[in-house]
Design a protein around this ligand. Sequence first.
Ligand SMILES: *[C@@H]1O[C@H](CO)[C@@H](O)[C@H](O)[C@H]1NC(C)=O
Ligand SMILES: *[C@@H]1O[C@H](CO)[C@@H](O)[C@H](O)[C@H]1NC(C)=O
Ligand SMILES: *[C@@H]1O[C@H](CO)[C@@H](O)[C@H](O)[C@H]1NC(C)=O
Length: 395
Amino acid sequence: MNTIFLFVFCFLVCIAEAKVEYKLFNVMNYGARADDRTDNSVAFLRAWNDACSRRGKSTILVPQGSYMLHEIIFSGPCNAWMNFQIEGRLKAPSDIYLFRTDSWISFRYVDKLNVGGGGTLDGQGAFAWTKNDCEKNQNCRTLPTTMTFQFVTNGYIHHMRSINTKQNHFVLYGCKDMVLTRLKLIAPFNSPNTDGIKIAMSTGVTITSVNIGTGDDCIAMLYGTKGVRISDVYCGPGHGISIGSLGKSNGEDDVDDIVVKNCTFSGTNNGVRIKTWTAVLQKIMHVSNIHYEDIVMENVQNPIVIDQNYCPSHPCRPKGGVSSVEISNVSYRFIRGSGNSNVAASLQCSPNKPCLNITMDTINLWPSGKGKKLNNECLNVNGASYGIQIPSPCM
Ligand SMILES: *[C@@H]1O[C@H](CO)[C@@H](O)[C@H](O)[C@H]1NC(C)=O
Ligand SMILES: *[C@@H]1O[C@H](CO)[C@@H](O)[C@H](O)[C@H]1NC(C)=O
Ligand SMILES: *[C@@H]1O[C@H](CO)[C@@H](O)[C@H](O)[C@H]1NC(C)=O
């Protein structure tokens, strides 16, 4: 009985599967030129539009070779399931004045999007980095992100290398159910604001087996980020895996349900960090249910950080100011390795909204230099420690 049922079931599924029509759209057939100089955006867009408008499964192929590509927006909704296969190398113009938006390659309003292929995205950022004055200028020009996903659902982003991005490597905004895996994101440690993966207003994001060495946060989770699973990420150099910065302006959505597991930080200036601005907002926002487990620190400046006095650029309120973000249910478990400042965990919570239910379980952090000593520092923290604690707990 069961075998017959299975047989019939498979038969039906196989028929349904056979009905999905696959079709390949090679950009070379749309006039693309892999000569390193000619802008290919028109050819790529024509391939995208043809692939997007038909039903079935469409593969857009960018074969091996080096392609100059100006700013481009691949928009849905599409009738087809889109598979963007980049086998070659895409090069951004180095001239930032050729960009009208803050993104180089954008995907918008697409459901069921697959982007991969083993190729390289070369942001050619060296010139842009010299034009970045965000440290001094609050209204600084936003430089292009290498690849942006806006309102994309069911995305599978994999097997790509992003090098020398002008600003962020990957940005997810308004996305749902995304997997990012087998990515390599590289930029020099001193390239300004080159975040690896930046997420906001998105739900259900899995990031696994990703190698990031860049000039800013390896991963940054901003307002409205919920249900994120991060594992097997190697971060270094960089500024660590961050939640925030948050609470700078009114109307930011909460951050909830984040798990970071089995990650390594090497030579970064932070490991796992939550940062919120000192700012008085109309409404309290929440960061809760955050779990870090099996984290290795190698020579990290600030391994564990909660900083509710975040104030990277002027003007901002004086230290000791209050934050309008309430942080609760944060747990750290099995964190080990070395730090190179004198602080292992620095938990600086807001005096008006103390951190609630912060737990530390089995932490072993030692100084990476001889004759040094690590300490933990807590301010306005409610929580508890379990298991071995080196250095001794401050809660
Ligand atoms: C942890 O990460 C390492 C390296 O990133 C990987 O080789 C290993 O399989 C991972 N372990 C688990 C249990 O996922
Ligand atoms: C504290 O947070 C942990 C998860 O981090 C949760 O399991 C526990 O129930 C919380 N305790 C309270 C009293 O909310
Ligand atoms: C903290 O965890 C407890 C237990 O899991 C849960 O009941 C509570 O809602 C959580 N707090 C927040 C703000 O999510």
